[in-house]
Design a protein around this ligand. Structure first.
Ligand SMILES: [Zn+2]
Length: 277
C-alpha cells in the first residue's frame, strides 16, 4: 500500500531525515518535499534562489539515500519572500528577483530535478495593494511556466474562499494551465468541484477532514505541512500523520483500500505526472 504526504518541509537545522524515519515507520512511502526559504535559519540573503534551491535538492537526496521513502520535490520562490526582499530593495526589484527565481525553478523541473513549481502564490497575511498585485503577477508567471514545463503548481495563499478558488481558476484558464494542475496547499476540505472550481485540494490529514471529504469524493491529496521547526516539533502536523491516519481509518472501516489507492496513488500520479511505485 502506497501512502503519500503531499506537503512536507525539512530544515537542515531541524530533525530532517529523522522526521522521515517516523513517516516510514508508520508505513509512509512517498513525500512531496516542498521548498521553503532557509534564510531565517542560515542567515543567508533572501532571494539567493540558486543556493536556496540546491539545499532543498540536497535534503531530498539525503532522504533518498538514508530511507526507503520516495521523494518528489516542489520548488519555487516562497510568496513571503517578497516581504523579506523589500527590506533591502524596491518592490520592482523584489518582483524581478522572484520572477528569476520562478524561471530557475521551472528549469529544475524541465531538467527532472524537481517535479512541480511550489509553493508559490501570494502572502497569507495582509499586504499593501501593490504588493498583492505584484504577487499575483509572479504567480501568474509561475502558472505560465508550469504550463510550458507541463507540470503542476502548488499554491500557497490566504485561506481559500470561493473567491480564492475562482481567482486561481481564472488565472489557470488565462495561462492555459489545466485547473487540476493547480494544487491548493493548506486547503479547507472543499472537494465539490462546483465549490473549488476544479482546483485540486491538498488538505491537512486530520481524520475528521478525511471522513467529511470522503462523503463527497476522493478528489483530494493529503498533507501534514510538517515544518520541521525544533521549537514547534509537530507543527503543523507530525510527520507520521498521513500513514498513521490512513491505517487507523482503514482499521475502523471508515475508508476502503480503493479510496486509499485513489488518494495516495492515482491522484498524485495524475496531478504531477509521476509514477507512484
Ligand atoms: Zn508549506
Amino acid at each position: 500500500m502506497f501512502l503519500f504526504d503531499n506537503h512536507i518541509h525539512l530544515q537542515p537545522s531541524g530533525r530532517c531525515v529523522d522526521a522521515i524515519n517516523d513517516f516510514e515507520k508508520f508505513g509512509g512511502t512517498h513525500i512531496m518535499l516542498c521548498h521553503t526559504p532557509y534564510y531565517e535559519f542560515t542567515g543567508a540573503a533572501p532571494g539567493d534562489y540558486e543556493s536556496d534551491y540546491s539545499l532543498t535538492l540536497q535534503i531530498a537526496e539525503k532522504v533518498r539515500k538514508e530511507t526507503n521513502v520516495n521523494v518528489f520535490v516542489c520548488i519555487g520562490p516562497y510568496p513571503g519572500d517578497i516581504t523579506f526582499l523589500m527590506k533591502s530593495m524596491t518592490l520592482a526589484q523584489a518582483k524581478e528577483k522572484m520572477m528569476k527565481g520562478m524561471e530557475l525553478a521551472a528549469k529544475l523541473v524541465r531538467e527532472g530535478k524537481a517535479t512541480a513549481l511550489g509553493e508559490i502564490g501570494r502572502p497569507h497575511y495582509p499586504v499593501e495593494p501593490e504588493v498583492w498585485e505584484a504577487s499575483n503577477d509572479i504567480l501568474r508567471y509561475g502558472f505560465k511556466l508550469a504550463k510550458d514545463a507541463n507540470c503542476a503548481a502548488v499554491v500557497h495563499s490566504e485561506s481559500a474562499t470561493w473567491q480564492t478558488f475562482s481567482e486561481l481558476a481564472k488565472m489557470a484558464d488565462d495561462t492555459g494551465l489545466p485547473r487540476w494542475r493547480v494544487v491548493k496547499h493548506y486547503c479547507p476540505p472543499v472537494v465539490d468541484e462546483k465549490e473549488n472550481h476544479g482546483i485540486f485540494p491538498s488538505v491537512l490529514a486530520g481524520r475528521d477532514n478525511i471522513k467529511s471529504m470522503l462523503k463527497t469524493s476522493t478528489r483530494f491529496l493529503l498533507e501534514t505541512d510538517y515544518m520541521d521547526w525544533l521549537q514547534r516539533p509537530d507543527a503543523v502536523m507530525a510527520p507520521q500523520t498521513v500513514p498513521r491516519n490512513m491505517k487507523r481509518l482503514l482499521a475502523a472501516g471508515a475508508i476502503t483500500e480503493e479510496q486509499i489507492f485513489k488518494i495516495n496513488q492515482e491522484n498524485p500520479e495524475k496531478v504531477y505526472g509521476i509514477e507512484i511505485r
